[in-house]
Write a protein that binds this ligand. Structure first.
Ligand code: PLP
Ligand code: ZN
Length: 392
């Protein structure tokens, strides 16, 4: 069965056949993988399928790779989901859940898209993979490339935490440090990929296939929660995790599994919050031109030459009747400690933003006491120790 229908431009709707391309050939908009959903859902009972596989590959009929491919896997996905009783007392909200992505094989959710990306790289027999990264994408790319036996080159801002750089190095990737922001690294990686015909894995919306891996977060939340929570709070850079998670829930709706959708909350650090700014003003997203320095470096993306990626995320937030929230460094550091001390979960500052946002939503009465809220814990605390070192 051919499950893949094509790549549709999210800006102008132009349809492309499946091949490795990054942008709409007409308008340069970002692309979205489309499936023959009816055929897929008719053929097998969704989620009763592929039970011989584990983690994200349980859902391989909704992944954009050939069904007979052996996945490049390290056991990603199937991460813990649990009710957070202490935070419930502290915040006065009855149903707070943590989805702990920090215990994926390379300690962040990026293992989901990178497992898909390297499986695709094998399928297309690419010579080399390349990525720009604020850290976690690079770490995951390096590990999965090692597993696939494909060389990997990574462009990172000089401010990338030592811990993340060391992981990339140990996995054997070639690291190039760029003086500048993530957006600068994005530019160089993109040009190098095109010039050499290498597969670009950069985790904005650039690679439409990789981010399909993020949908599995939705399938797991649905299965572990046993339905659809009212709110899902996700830290965002450009926002593919949030957008793909929502796409996953829409697919569940198409499959007749659910009849409502969650409200999506995108969180950014106040120092670099282009999406939140546009949400407040009611405009499209503009590149962020202020300094942008925050303890939450993993999500500090000024979207310099690709602000339309931020607008895509903003559209999803608005469509879901959600929220975009900016939080400050003091609150991020406070919630990083709180999560560790009260729940035994040590997260990186970028991930603690989800809890900061929930506190702010409570203060501003955006969330009701009896609603259910899932905070996505995107990355592990050991990967970015600067804040902890400074405090001690
Ligand atoms: C990549 C990343 C995010 C943001 O994800 P995007 O979907 O790229 O916006 C959030 N938290 C952490 C720790 C990350 O590494
Ligand atoms: Zn287009």
């Amino acid at each position: 069965m051919n499950r893949l229908k094509g790549l549709t431009c999210v800006e102008c709707g132009h349809k492309h056949e499946i091949s490795i391309i990054y942008k709409c050939e007409r308008c340069k908009g970002s692309l979205d993988v489309e499936y023959y959903y009816n055929e897929i859902f008719d053929e097998k009972e969704l989620f009763a399928l592929d039970t011989f596989r584990e983690g994200i590959w349980k859902y391989s009929s909704l992944m954009p790779v050939n069904e007979d491919m052996n996945p490049v896997t390290l056991g990603e996905g199937n991460t813990p989901f649990f009710r957070s009783s202490k935070l419930i007392q502290k915040l006065g909200i009855n149903n707070i859940y943590l989805k702990n992505e920090s215990v994926n094989p390379t300690l962040s959710f990026k293992d989901r898209p990178l497992s898909v990306a390297l499986t695709l790289a094998k399928q297309y027999e690419v010579e080399k993979v390349i990525t720009a990264s604020t850290g976690n994408t690079g770490v995951a790319a390096a590990a999965y490339a090692a597993r696939a036996g494909i060389p990997c080159e990574i462009y990172i801002p000089a401010s990338t935490p030592q811990e993340k750089q060391m992981m990339m190095e140990v996995y054997g990737a070639k690291i190039k440090t760029i003086e500048g922001t993530f957006s600068d690294a994005y530019k160089v990686a993109g040009e190098t990929a095109i010039a050499n015909d290498w597969l670009n894995l950069t985790s904005t919306f650039l690679n439409p296939f990789a981010i399909e891996g993020d949908k599995t977060l939705a399938y797991e939340i649905y299965e572990q929660y046993g339905g659809v929570p009212d709110w899902i709070i996700i830290p965002v850079g450009a926002g593919p995790l949030l957008v793909s998670c929502y796409k996953g829930f829409k697919e569940l709706q198409l499959a007749g599994k659910i009849d409502s959708l969650p409200r999506m909350v995108g969180v950014q650090a106040e120092a670099c919050a282009p999406i939140v700014e546009a949400f407040k003003k009611g405009t499209k997203v503009e590149p962020w031109t202020k300094s942008g320095k925050s303890v939450a470096g993993g999500i500090a993306d000024p979207l310099t030459t690709y602000s339309q990626d931020g607008t895509r995320t903003l559209r999803t937030i608005i469509e879901s009747n959600g929220q975009a929230i900016a939080v400050n460094d003091d609150s991020i550091i406070k919630h990083q400690r709180l999560l560790a001390e009260e729940e035994g979960v040590f997260v990186e500052p970028s991930s603690a933003t989800a809890l900061s946002a929930l506190e702010k939503m409570k203060e501003n009465e955006l969330v009701q006491k009896d609603q259910s809220v899932v905070c996505v814990i995107t990355g592990h605390g050991l990967k970015d120790l600067d804040v902890i070192k400074k405090e001690n």
